[in-house]
Design a protein around this ligand. Structure first.
Ligand code: SF4
Ligand code: SF4
Ligand code: SF4
Length: 913
């Protein structure tokens, strides 16, 4: 610690603290412009000057001066204030100070300081800049005439977002910030995250006027959590009355002051005129508006009728990874306790069900073993089956940042994703070859004596069995040598060896994976093989060493935690366990049934046979996100009574008998659990439209109608109840999850939460090695369907576009489906870039625009699954399900492609194999 005196007060701070930070601990107000929390200090604007006794020149920039023992500092002497005023005068001299018309007025740091220091624009002889405003980015404008060259945008884009798009160009009076590839932001490599816009202290970078009328209008700022992906970025929603004016990043634990394009800009859906603002009931074939009472009466009557006819087994519910923990908790409670069925599931079935089954078998529980922060501590990161920069963009930035600071990166993917450009090693593998790759890497690690012997001996079981299996169990031809794996993966054996060595010798290596591992008919085995690899190398349970399934939707982790699954109660206690049932019965007053219910994929099968009398879908668009959607829609058509609760009349809601209008994340209070098991507060910023109600309200009323009224139906009251029902949440309460949140397990009120699992032992005691054999994809390409289609997401779109599809600027950058096809495949198929193509599988056919790119290898095509008009899931199969997790094989579908001839309206024949 260092002790110094600031404004006649003594303060002790840790070594390395700057004078600015030390002064702020005492509440001293020092102005800053170039300085920003989280960025390296530049000390360039000089407005934070303070007087330091004995310092050369008497003054120093406090942001860039380390505090020193015995230092005597004065922060606000007349000389200091005079110097700051001079700095402001100089900045103002070249600034286009059109303050009356500037939309930043009200939050402009320069203007605020000028007022505080009594500075007005004076004639200095310096010329105001004359740059042409750049309006080429769809989300924000650049006005370089207002730029004060503070460099915040350059540093946030480089140091934190790690995109390195903007920098200073020119000298002296001509100095300006410019993007790469010329002058125009819209033609650069900018990913429109808007982080530069959020940090700009003046009006040089501002969101488009259409969405951002001006800072002076902001009346209230509400801190909440982004409603898109599982990173769980914290943000402020700025509002005036019931209108959203702006969204700004908060210094949340998972995002540290940045957002991606969706969190920052894709919020227009919230007040969109298409929002459902009243319930609709199908009468004589048509969905007609009804009152809330009539809607819930119809719900109750239909459910009672279904129960009378088919019993609880004929009733099912799909909960939602978009809704809060409280809502998911009440949903499963309603079905288990009020209806008497475990037929509850949600979209985790379609994304990480294989992680749940796989990691439960090997480690004992299924979640990220580490925290997002572990990526900062890793010296190697292995990405596989995850296009992280598009699906989890803020984690993607963190990975790029790790590479910038020297961490090694291995990417194993069928597509050359953006992170591959930053990788030390890119393994372009065939879809469905994960198990072969992971087995071969484990084989190399053992063969070359790189296995973590002490860790294996102390913390695991089954190593001998795995080792024998990988060596072929006595049959050398069956050994998982890199050479054998090369034949399966298409990755050269030497590269596999290199990857294995890099992973094994890293001091701390973290793996991030997602649906490119899980969405196969043998997805569970893929997860097990990856777990084997992590255990062989001992890369789990230490700082920076972790195995991380990246959860897709904002609250998919929470929906699982809450027991919105057919076989587990809140906190993952098995429904088959009498003690677990008794524990929830003590809270609910009714015991749930003991037999596991139907997983989502089987609900569709049973519905197809006419076995579902009542289906309630809360916040899921299964008619677009399920595999083989023609079949799914047909099955929904056979459901006795279909209820859909959502924000918009989605493709699924169009099929419903009853549509209930719901509130979105910005219109309610509650909590979400992000991908790193962090439970965070969601806060209401605006009112929901018309009669739309939070899912919590709707479910509370349903529980009351079915004899289980809640003692306290507020979000806080329900959270208190769910913490009693889920032991992993037992130590949390509303105030404890506050702003930083808490990571489960948090078993008692004094517990700080758990950033890192398995530091001492695994949930099941010892980590288990389980040999798993590779199997080819269920639907390999053949002469009739010569291509393999894989699906995925785009950065700016989200899931089935229920929300992003309502943001016009998003549509500008990612408004249509494009099929990625390699140059060779395209040449063979007679397809040119931009051609309209028809793509068909054994189940259906779609058209889309072709994009010729070497992002995909020969024989592989990629289609994003977001688009209704080119719905990838018309082509995917619901037949090939993983036997344990019941996840479908979304990631490999055999397809054929032909060009749609524009003039004749005819299609060219499918290409020969
Ligand atoms: S929007 Fe993001 S990527 Fe683009 S320049 Fe700004 S910080 Fe960089
Ligand atoms: S555009 Fe804004 S953030 Fe960037 S250097 Fe200029 S004033 Fe600073
Ligand atoms: S990374 Fe995810 S949570 Fe963060 S702003 Fe983007 S969509 Fe929202």
């Amino acid at each position: 610690m260092i002790t110094l005196t600031i404004d006649d007060r003594s303060v002790s701070v840790p070594a390395g603290t700057t004078v600015l930070e030390a002064a702020r601990t005492l509440g001293a107000e020092i102005p800053t412009l170039c300085w920003l929390e989280g960025l390296d200090a530049w000390g360039s604007c000089r407005i934070c000057m303070v007087e330091i006794q004995g310092h050369r020149g008497g003054m120093a920039p406090s942001c860039a001066t380390p505090a020193a023992e015995g230092m005597v500092v004065r922060t606000s002497t007349p000389e200091v204030r005079k110097l700051r005023a001079q700095v402001l005068e100089m900045i103002l001299a070249t600034h286009h100070a059109d303050c009356f018309n500037c939309r930043k007025n009200g939050a402009c740091e320069l203007l605020d300081y000028c007022r505080e220091y009594g500075v007005v624009k004076v004639e200095t002889g310096l010329e105001v800049r004359h740059h042409v405003p750049d309006t080429s980015n769809p989300f924000f404008n650049v006005d370089r005439n207002k730029c004060i060259l503070c460099g915040r945008c350059v540093r946030i884009c480089g140091e934190v977002q790690s995109s390195h798009v903007i920098d200073f160009t020119g000298r002296g009076q001509t100095t300006a910030i410019k993007p790469d590839f010329g002058d125009r932001m819209g033609e650069s490599s900018c990913v429109s995250c808007g982080n530069c816009v959020s940090v700009c202290p003046v009006g040089a970078l501002l969101p488009k006027p259409k969405v951002y009328p001006g800072a002076h209008l902001v009346e209230k700022r509400t801190r909440t959590v982004c409603g898109y992906c599982g990173v769980g970025c914290e943000l402020f929603i700025e509002t005036r009355g019931n209108k959203i004016i702006n969204v700004m990043p908060a210094q949340g634990p998972s995002n540290k002051g940045i957002l991606c394009v969706k969190g920052k800009f894709a919020w227009q859906f919230i007040g969109h005129p298409d929002r459902l603002d009243r319930p609709f009931l199908r009468k004589e074939g048509k969905l007609l508006p009804v009152s809330c009472k009539e809607a819930l009466d119809a719900y109750e009557a239909a459910l009672r009728q279904a129960l009378a006819k088919g019993g609880p087994a004929s009733v099912a519910g799909l909960s939602s990874a978009r809704c809060t923990n409280e809502e998911n908790y009440l949903f499963q409670k309603f079905f288990r306790a009020a209806v008497g069925t475990n037929n509850i599931d949600h979209c985790a079935r379609l994304c990480h069900a294989s992680s749940v089954t796989g990691l439960s078998k090997t480690l004992g529980s299924a979640a990220m073993t580490g925290s997002i922060e572990d990526l900062d501590l890793a010296d190697l990161i292995f990405i596989t089956g995850s296009n992280t920069t598009e699906t989890h963009p803020v984690i993607g930035s963190r990975i790029r940042r790790a590479v910038d600071r020297g961490a090694k990166l291995i990417v194993a993917e069928p597509r050359r994703i953006e992170l591959a450009e930053h990788a030390d090693l890119f393994l372009r593998m065939k879809p469905g070859s994960n198990i072969a790759l992971f087995n071969a890497m484990a084989f190399v690690i053992i063969e070359e004596g790189l296995a973590a012997q002490d860790f294996i001996a102390a913390r695991t079981e089954g190593f001998e069995t795995l080792s024998a299996f990988l060596s072929g169990d006595g049959d050398a031809s069956r050994a998982w040598t890199p050479e054998r794996a090369e034949g399966v993966c298409g990755v050269p054996a030497g590269e596999i060896r290199k990857a294995a060595r890099m992973y094994a010798v890293a001091k701390a290596a973290s793996v991030c994976y997602a649906m490119g591992v899980t969405q196969f008919h043998n997805g569970t085995d893929g997860v097990v093989a990856l777990s084997n690899l992590a255990l062989v190398a001992g890369q789990v349970g230490r700082p920076g060493a972790s195995l991380n399934p990246l959860r897709g939707q904002n609250n998919v982790q929470g929906a699982c935690d809450m027991g919105a699954l057919p076989d587990v109660l809140p906190g993952y206690r098995k429904v088959a366990d009498p003690a677990a049932r008794a524990a929830v019965a003590a809270i609910w007053g009714r015991e749930p049934p003991s037999a596991p219910g139907l997983p989502a994929t089987e609900m569709v099968e049973v519905a197809e046979r006419g076995g579902i009398g009542f289906l309630h879908i809360m916040g899921e668009n299964a008619a677009l996100s399920d595999p083989d959607i023609a079949r799914t829609k047909k099955a929904f058509g056979k459901v006795g009574f279909l209820v859909v609760q959502d924000l918009f009349l989605t493709e699924t809601a169009e099929l419903a008998d009853l549509v209930l209008p719901a509130a979105c994340f910005a219109e309610k209070d509650g909590s979400f659990a992000n991908t790193e098991r962090r439970v965070q507060r969601v806060r209401k910023a605006v009112e929901a439209p018309g009669q739309a109600r939070s899912d919590l309200d709707i479910l509370s009323e349903l529980l009351a109608r079915f004899g289980l009224p809640l003692v306290d139906s507020s979000p806080e009251g329900v959270f208190a109840e769910l913490c009693r029902a889920a032991p992993i949440y037992a130590g949390m309460d509303w105030s404890r999850i506050g702003e930083e949140g808490l990571q489960w397990p948090c078993p008692n009120p004094g517990h700080p939460g758990t950033a890192r699992l398995y530091t001492e032992a695994f949930s099941r005691g010892k980590g288990r090695f389980l040999p798993v054999e590779w199997e080819a994809v269920a639907e390999p390409s053949d002469s009739e369907y010569p291509f393999t289609m894989t699906t995925g997401r785009l950065l700016a779109q989200y899931h089935t576009r229920t929300m992003t599809g309502k943001s016009p600027a998003i549509e500008k950058i990612a408004g249509m489906a494009r099929v990625e096809i390699s140059p060779l495949s395209a040449a063979l198929a007679g397809i040119s870039d931009g051609d309209r193509v028809r793509m068909s599988s054994r189940r259906g056919s779609i058209t889309a625009e072709a994009e010729i790119t070497d992002r995909v290898g020969d024989g592989l095509v990629f289609l994003p699954f977001h688009f209704r008009d080119s719905a990838a899931n018309l082509l995917t199969s619901a037949d090939a399900l993983d036997p344990e997790s019941r996840i479908p094989e979304f990631k490999a579908t055999a397809v054929k492609i032909s060009k749609v001839e524009p003039e004749a309206g005819k299609e060219a024949p499918a290409i020969p194999s």
